[in-house]
Design a binder for this molecule. Structure first.
Ligand code: NDP
Length: 330
């Protein structure tokens, strides 16, 4: 019997790294304690970079793309997992240096796997995906720095994207007044349905920053970086906190130390890829408790594995709304 399965394989071409639909053999998967029958993955910004080759996300060739997946254990030599268990994985170099989730089969270390919370199906877990789990890490960082709804509103930048959409849903359910910054005025109804109270135009935030601006929010989840993050910091109120998790505008941070030394603002860095397992387990438990999954799944788009190559450039252009769930079996 053939051990071949379908996947999105990134290869190095003369034009650079490119992803395409292909086949791979289970016997050639990299080492790991657990083999998973993957049912769902998702489209994250980083997947867009990897599949188009727009940035050097993939560092080993050929490589199966996809930074996350959900599915069921096929076989395991790790005694924490047995055949049939529902599991998910985010990051750890999947889709970068280890074969990833855009395939019906994956083999990874047991340490990378998280049991899918009972409350979620595999498709729902990937409606959350790496973007949503990153939003939860950001919210946890805001809380750890002392943010509460009583301290004032929270800004979410890149609001209509994946990280932004889940952050809005989470923060509003936790009782925060959420201000959503977007470049897509047409998404106002979508953002309000997720729980945003106020929408601002991202153009207000993407020019040169001043050292200090008017205090407008007590906290922020920033998926955009660059000048936007500098402006977000300048307008954070005294003692506030900003969780930096993305670079949709750019990798730079052209700003000032004034918010830190004159207003005691905290800048919290968020990394989902190497985040230690106990914190991941906490984040997924919190997602099961604090996310209105019905609200999120009402807004998702569904795609098959064969749609990923066409969708990848769209997410880089900021044209994908919210979360995309990829059914890898079709
Ligand atoms: P999406 O593409 O879904 O969302 C990004 C959003 O940012 C867009 O929808 C758009 O929102 C906004 N945006 C895009 N381009 C610009 C621009 N030039 N200036 C200002 N805003 C812009 O991506 P994800 O939500 O999946 O990821 C968001 C960011 O977070 C990415 O940079 C990603 O790499 C990073 N990330 C980091 C992780 C970590 O571990 N730290 C994990 C996951 C993601 P709108 O249309 O509303 O303006």
């Amino acid at each position: 019997m053939s051990d071949k399965f379908r996947c999105i394989m990134v290869t190095k071409t003369e034009a650079g790294a490119r992803g395409a639909l292909g086949e791979f053999a289970e016997s050639e998967l990299m080492e790991g304690d657990v083999t998973v029958e993957v049912s769902h993955s998702t489209l994250n910004y980083k997947d867009g970079l990897a599949v188009t080759g727009a940035a050097p996300v993939v560092r080993k060739f050929p490589l199966i793309a996809g930074i996350d997946f959900a599915g069921r254990v096929r076989s395991s030599s790790d005694n924490r997992f047995k055949s049939g268990d529902a599991v998910l994985a985010n990051g750890w170099g999947m889709g970068e240096t280890h074969h990833g989730g855009y395939a019906t089969r994956a083999r990874v270390k047991g340490d990378w796997l998280i049991p899918v919370p009972d409350k979620f199906s595999a498709a729902e877990a990937m409606a959350i995906g790496t973007a949503g789990y990153t939003s939860m890490l950001a919210v946890m960082a805001l809380e750890a720095a002392g943010l509460t709804p009583a301290k004032g509103p929270v800004l979410v930048t890149g609001a209509a994207g994946g990280v932004g959409s889940v952050a809005i849903a989470l923060l509003s359910k936790l009782g925060y007044r959420v201000i959503a910054s977007t470049g897509r005025a047409s998404e106002e109804a979508y953002l309000k349905a997720l729980g945003a109270s106020e929408i601002i135009d991202r153009a207000e935030l993407n020019g040169d920053a001043r050292a200090l601006g008017k205090e407008r929010w007590a906290g922020a989840v920033d998926a955009v970086g660059s000048k936007t993050l500098a402006n977000v910091l300048s307008s954070t109120s005294y003692g506030g906190v900003v969780a930096a998790c993305g670079l949709a505008q750019g990798m730079d941070l052209p700003g000032f130390v004034a918010p830190f030394i004159l207003r005691g603002v905290t800048l919290a860095g968020i990394d989902s890829v190497q985040c230690p397992r106990p914190r991941r387990l906490e984040a997924w438990l919190r997602l099961a408790r604090d996310l209105d999954i019905g609200k999120l799944t009402a807004t998702i788009s569904r795609a098959g594995l064969s749609d990923v190559v066409a969708l990848a450039p769209e997410i880089l252009k900021g044209q994908v709304r919210g979360r995309v769930v990829v059914d890898v079996t079709r």
